[in-house]
Design a protein around this ligand. Structure first.
Ligand code: PA5
Length: 446
């Protein structure tokens, strides 16, 4: 039995998900026998055990080289090619990682680029990097995604001007397809060290490949512990029986709520360091399930911050929501509220209480208030805010997402919808081959 705990007692569907067991079993078989849609992208299923050990050692060596040669690492990627790393680094590092003095920071400063097309952001980033020693990890499975490709072109030029072509090459690491794509060709031509995104692992399921592991290791996180936690989850969630599998119970519960008319699943966290875990989770579920006009809309809120903004809607707005609360059993660090004899702020009823205790009461009070307001709650308690638990959690959500997608009747491993904006953008930018679309779109915009 793992430390990860799933509590469905506030979900309203705890007693009814048993009726979904035959569907769960069918989805389990589709996934494990490779008979479901998109089965060519299920390499993540056994990844915690069947990963390339030699590449893993190269990742650790490269991370060590980056940490010792650079003040900062710039990670260039978008979607599944950066969210997992950002989630892990944010959840596991110091809240002010980049501002810590070098001797108190386990890894180098971490910056992200290529996840949007903002010229202002890039200007500011180049400004911040001035005078620092820098390494780059450019990550793109296809090797052709526009946002990171543009950012990389700018950074490659900047690095070559800063270090000269030869030294720049030693500081650039490319994570991409084993054999194809523009980034792979460029990396081979320039002689960059490359890492592989396996063919059978899609972007949003790739955090436990080099895509996530190299940047996470460069930030000073123990990636062996991350993999060990994922391996524990892999073994634990292999059991097909619903009663023995928390991952499948979560997948079944969210499907049951969807079938009762809920449209939005809100991932709730009470620690700001969970913000990017929520972003990663949103991509995983949104891109996997939002198809054929079906699927829960995954959204996220940070409590107690958003209780002062979105809390009103959650309590009394349209009854289309349910919440999945991600809790840590205890905070990483504690702080006690001091006694102040004058008690002018009236807070002495909290004197000597820990902040974690207050946060816990905020959670319990909110849980009951929202349940009273007909917002079902699923509670997922993570034992520790550490790499092992996060590895477990990543795998838990990946498997729940795949299973849930099969229960929904869609292919959880493709993303045909993201092509539409790309086609329009290429046409409007005048990319060769898109001339007819360009004319039609410009007519609509004029
Ligand atoms: O999950 C996915 O497949 C996508 O979000 C991709 O990760 C994203 O579009 C980036 O693609 P690429 O890694 O090919 O640049």
């Amino acid at each position: 039995m793992t430390g990860l705990e799933l509590d469905l007692s506030y979900s309203t569907v705890e007693s009814s998900i048993g009726s979904l067991e035959p569907e769960v079993l069918r989805a389990h078989e589709m996934l494990h026998q490779g008979s479901g849609l998109g089965s060519e992208y299920t390499g993540w299923l056994h990844l915690p055990e069947r990963y390339d050990r030699a590449e893993f050692a190269r990742i650790e060596a490269a991370a060590e080289r980056i940490r010792s040669s650079s003040d900062a690492l710039v990670i260039i990627g978008i979607g599944g090619s950066y969210l997992g790393a950002r989630a892990a680094i944010d959840m596991l590092s110091h809240s002010f990682h980049n501002q810590l003095p070098r001797n108190r920071r386990p890894g180098c400063e971490i910056y992200f680029a290529g996840h949007q097309i903002s010229s202002t952001y890039l200007h500011h980033l180049f400004e911040i990097l001035e005078g620092k020693d820098v390494s780059i990890n450019v990550i793109s499975k296809s090797g052709t995604t526009t946002e990171p490709a543009i950012a990389f072109r700018l950074f490659k030029t900047w690095m070559e001007q800063k270090y000269g072509a030869e030294e720049a090459k030693k500081r650039i690491y490319a994570t991409t397809d084993r054999a194809k794509g523009a980034l792979k060709s460029l990396a081979d031509q320039e002689g960059y060290e490359t890492f592989v995104v396996p063919d059978d692992v899609g972007g949003r399921y790739s955090v436990l490949t080099a895509v996530g592991l190299l940047p996470i290791a460069a930030a000073g996180v123990d990636i062996s512990a991350l993999m060990a936690g994922a391996r524990e989850a892999m073994v634990e969630y292999e059991r097909p029986a619903l009663a023995e599998n928390a991952c499948y119970r979560y997948a079944a519960a969210r499907n049951a709520l969807y079938r009762q008319g809920k449209m939005v699943e809100l991932l709730v966290g009470y620690e700001p360091s969970l913000q990017y875990v929520a972003e990663w989770w949103k991509q995983l579920f949104g891109e996997s399930e939002g198809k054929e006009h079906k699927g829960l809309f995954p959204a996220s809120v940070q409590f107690s911050t958003d209780l002062h903004s979105m809390g009103q809607y959650i309590q009394e707005g349209m009854r289309i929501l349910f919440e999945t609360v991600l809790q840590f059993r205890q905070p990483r660090l504690e702080i006690a509220i001091p006694t102040v004899p004058a008690n002018s702020d009236g807070l002495n009823f909290l004197a000597e209480k820990k902040m974690g205790f207050v946060n816990q009461k905020a959670f319990s009070g909110t849980l009951l208030a929202h349940v009273d307001g007909q917002v079902p709650n699923i509670v997922l308690t993570v034992p520790k805010q550490d790499a092992y638990s996060l590895g477990h959690l990543f795998y838990f959500f990946e498997k729940a997402c795949a299973l849930s997608g099969y229960m929904l009747g869609i292919n959880p491993f493709d993303q045909p919808g993201v092509e539409s904006y790309k086609r329009n953008m290429f046409a409007l930018l005048g990319k060769p081959g898109y001339e007819a679309e360009r004319e039609a779109l410009e007519k609509r915009l004029s």
